[in-house]
Write a protein that binds this ligand. Structure first.
Ligand SMILES: [Zn+2]
Length: 247
C-alpha cells in the first residue's frame, strides 16, 4: 500500500479494502469557494480517485478569509485553474476534472453524470434546486452545505430513502430570488465555519463511499460555532414534493 495513505488504512473502518473503494470512487463538488475549498482538499487528500468540480468565478481578495484553495497569487485567476493547481499539487495520483462553467438546468446532468456523490458548495438557493433536481433525475446522492456567520447546516439527500432538498426547503427558487454580488457580500462568512461545514460534507461523502452507516440520513445537521454544538434534527419526505414526490 502506498505510503501516502498509510495513516488512514490502519483505521479499522477504512483498511486496504476501504482505500481501494475510495480510489474507485468519484465525487463532484459544485463550487470552489469556502465550503468547496475544505471539501475538495479532504476528498483529494483521502484518495478519492476521481474528483470533479465546477465554478465560473475568478478569485478576488475578499474570498481569501475563507477560500483556502486560493491565495494572493491567484487573484484574478479562474477558481477552477487555481483550485486544480492546488489539488494536483496535493495529490497527483488521482484524477481532477474542472469545469469553468456556471451550473444550469441545461448543463448539469452532462457534468455530474457518472459520479457517485455530488456536494453542493454554493450560496444560491436557485443553484441548489437545480442540483437537487438533477441528482434526483440521475439517482446520485446530494450532500448540501450552507453557512451564515458562525452557523452552518448540512443535509444528505437520496430519495426515496431520505427527503430531498426541496422536501425540507419547499419554497421555489422564485421565493429565493438570485442575490446580487452586493447582497452576497453583505452576508457574513467566516473561514472557520466554512471549513467545518465543508469538512462535514467530505466526511459524510467518505462514509458513504466506504459503505459505512450514514448518520446524516434523514437528519438536518445544524452546527453552531458560538456554542460548538451540532444538532441532528429529524427531517421527513414530503409526498407532494415537486422534485421527488413521484417516487
Ligand atoms: Zn423532495
Amino acid at each position: 500500500m502506498n505510503d501516502r495513505y498509510c495513516r488512514q488504512v490502519i483505521i479499522p473502518q477504512i483498511g486496504a479494502e476501504g482505500q481501494e473503494k475510495l480510489s474507485r470512487s468519484g465525487v463532484f463538488v459544485i463550487g470552489a469557494g469556502g465550503l468547496g475549498s475544505s471539501a475538495l482538499f479532504y476528498l483529494a487528500s483521502a484518495g478519492v480517485g476521481r474528483i470533479g468540480f465546477a465554478d465560473s468565478d475568478s478569485v478576488c481578495l475578499s474570498n481569501l478569509n475563507r477560500q483556502i484553495l486560493h491565495n494572493i497569487r491567484d487573484i484574478g485567476r479562474y477558481k477552477t485553474d487555481s483550485g486544480r493547481e492546488k489539488l494536483v499539487n496535493l495529490n497527483d495520483e488521482i484524477e481532477i476534472i474542472s469545469f469553468n462553467e456556471r451550473i444550469t438546468d441545461l448543463n448539469i446532468k452532462n457534468i455530474i453524470n457518472g459520479y457517485d456523490i455530488v456536494l453542493g458548495a454554493v450560496d444560491s438557493f436557485e443553484t441548489r434546486f437545480i442540483i437537487n433536481r438533477a441528482c434526483i433525475s440521475l439517482n446520485i446522492p446530494y450532500i448540501d452545505g450552507g453557512i451564515n456567520g458562525f452557523s452552518g447546516c448540512v443535509m444528505f439527500s437520496s430519495p426515496p430513502q431520505t427527503p430531498c432538498f426541496s422536501c425540507v426547503f419547499p419554497l421555489s427558487a422564485k421565493k429565493h430570488p438570485a442575490r446580487t454580488s452586493k447582497e452576497k457580500e453583505a452576508t457574513g462568512a467566516l473561514g472557520a465555519t466554512a471549513g467545518v461545514i465543508g469538512t462535514f460534507q467530505a466526511n459524510i461523502a467518505l462514509l458513504r463511499l466506504l459503505g459505512r452507516p450514514n448518520p446524516a440520513a434523514n437528519k438536518l445537521l445544524i452546527y453552531d460555532g458560538l456554542q460548538m454544538s451540532v444538532d441532528h434534527v429529524d427531517i421527513k419526505r414530503n409526498d407532494k414534493c415537486p422534485a421527488c414526490g413521484h417516487y
